[in-house]
Design a protein around this ligand. Structure first.
Ligand code: BYC
Ligand code: FE
Ligand code: FE
Length: 472
């Protein structure tokens, strides 16, 4: 029933789009531009193949998604907001207890637009970064997961464009165009945040990205889900539903690489599995170091007046603001921050509102500990003595107070010379990236899997691994 109702609309939605002709026209004008961007910058190849994809069709907790084979350009990118909470109030900051905004408050218009544009920019950026990976997929199952992530990031772009076109008038429409014009990695018109301009040239990087970077997405969306601007909060809440699978792809992807490496280590009784077509554990650790540090940057500066203003205004809260905190003004509290003073590390009490980026980053770090524990359990199962570790949050940063200083993996301040001489042992070198890329040979026979990665323990939506996830 739900599916039939939604399929009758050009743009599936639960926002009564057909009642708002002006908005509907604006979105229908943007739609062909999106499709043309998808053709140019979306996945290379496989656009004419049927892919077993999940499509959001409603916001019902059970039954929000429909699974079936569909050609990617025919994917039904829809607009879905979580159900409205009756009489919702702003839960934090200076406007606490006043009704949540259903329209954009004039004094916060620019700040809100900036948040929405920044969020929106990451979605197409990630599709661009991943566009060539189909050529080297390790299995049909992985190929399908890649495309699933890609179409859903496309839907997340739609979600932000809906907010821009619906609530921000003409400059919202201009920003919506801009989201299709910037390009990941482009020198002249790059994407806004650094991580989204990094190349994702191999599947190990893809799994690192969907684990570490999509998880930044989770935490940013959790904080936007608390927003006093109700349409943004409701949009973010529904996006989180889809996000879980993206991180699943990442964490289990790395786990499968680890499993395969451990099998090879056992079989050949060596740590150096390169000659046998595996990725050594310490090289996996170097990929972790790189993508983790880059994703930590995405939380912004440790001390940020932007973040303080967002919180004060009620635009962006902490993750689980209403569920996990008792005090919601953050006015009289401090954050004990490790800062640099006269060339050494010391402590400083930072007014909590100014430390909101850091508070969110801390929740994110805790979440990541769970991924490394999972990978370490896999290593332990094989009776191998090795542990993955997350580097200090000061290591290899390019944003915030630690940027421009040199720290080792433990977060100790070291000289530039020492840093330079050791960096190659901490993050992947060009040669190592070339090696990893050399392993990436396309495998697209149903039920077959590349040799550098173990097959998954189960398939998608109760289907077996051998299922024809992409019809060739
Ligand atoms: N790269 O005061 P600060 C996702 C800039 S991922 C480059 O700390 P703020 C997804 C910053 O713009 C989630 N520049 O800034 C994942 C500022 O510039 P100006 C994306 C950076 O605003 C995978 C200056 O540095 N969502 O969904 O407090 C696949 C000072 O910084 C970076 C959001 O990000 C950087 N990494 O914090 C697909 C949520 N970081 O003003 C999708 C919306 C900072 O001096 N965005 N700068 O020129 C925000 O909440 C904030 O903009 C940020 C930055 C947390 C990102
Ligand atoms: Fe997303
Ligand atoms: Fe995602």
């Amino acid at each position: 029933m739900a599916l039939a109702a939604i399929n009758s609309e050009k743009i599936p939605n639960n926002v009564h789009l057909s009642d708002d002709k002006r908005l509907q026209r604006a979105l229908e004008k943007w739609q062909p531009k999106f499709l043309s961007w998808w053709q140019d910058m979306g996945p290379e190849g496989f656009q004419a193949n049927d892919v077993y994809l999940r499509t959001a069709i409603s916001v019902d907790r059970d039954g929000w998604a429909h699974f079936g084979h569909v050609k990617m350009p025919d994917y039904r990118w829809g607009i879905f907001l979580s159900e409205a909470e009756k009489d919702r109030e702003i839960g934090f900051g200076d406007n606490i207890g006043t009704p949540a905004w259903q329209e954009v408050p004039g004094e916060h218009r620019n700040a809100l637009k900036r948040l929405i544009v920044t969020q929106g920019d990451t979605e197409p950026a990630s599709v661009e970064q991943q566009r060539l990976l189909g050529q080297t997929c390790p299995s049909l199952y992985d190929l399908r997961n890649l495309f699933q992530v890609n179409v859903e990031e496309g839907r997340h772009l739609w979600a932000m464009v809906y907010l821009l076109q619906s609530y921000f008038g003409r400059d919202g429409r201009e920003e919506a165009e801009g989201l299709l014009e910037r390009r990941s990695g482009d020198v002249d018109k790059p994407r806004i945040l650094t991580t989204f301009n990094e190349p994702i040239a191999d599947w190990l990087s893809f799994f690192m990205f969907t684990n570490f970077t999509d998880k930044d997405g989770k935490y940013q969306l959790l904080s936007l889900a608390e927003s006093g601007f109700d349409p943004l909060a409701r949009t973010a809440r529904f996006m989180l539903t889809e996000e879980a699978h993206h991180m699943f792809v990442g964490v289990t992807g790395v786990e499968r690489v680890v499993r395969r490496t451990c099998e090879l280590m056992k079989e050949y009784d060596t740590d150096d599995v390169k000659p046998y077509g595996g990725i050594p554990l310490d090289l996996i650790q170097k990929y972790i170091n790189f993508w983790y540090a880059s994703s930590l940057d995405l939380f912004g500066a440790e001390k940020s007046s932007n973040a303080a203003n967002y919180f004060a205004a009620g635009l962006k809260g902490r993750a689980w603001e209403m569920k996990k905190y008792d005090e919601h003004t953050a006015m009289n509290d401090y954050y004990d921050m490790t800062v640099l003073e006269d060339g050494r590390l010391t402590h400083s009490d930072i007014p909590l509102r100014n430390a909101m980026n850091e508070v969110l980053r801390d929740r994110y770090i805790e979440d990541n500990e769970k991924s490394t524990e999972k990978w370490n359990r896999e290593v332990a199962k094989h009776g191998i003595d090795y542990q993955f570790k997350l580097a200090s949050k000061r290591f290899h940063r390019t944003v915030g107070i630690y940027a421009g200083h040199t720290f080792n993996l433990q977060g100790e301040l070291i000289s530039q010379e020492e840093y330079k001489s050791k960096l190659d042992s901490w993050i992947p070198t060009e040669d190592e990236k070339v090696f990893v890329r050399s392993l990436m040979q396309q495998v697209i026979e149903p039920g077959k899997c590349a040799a550098w990665i173990a097959p998954p323990k189960k398939g998608i939506n109760q289907n077996p691994f051998e299922f024809e996830y992409v019809k060739l």
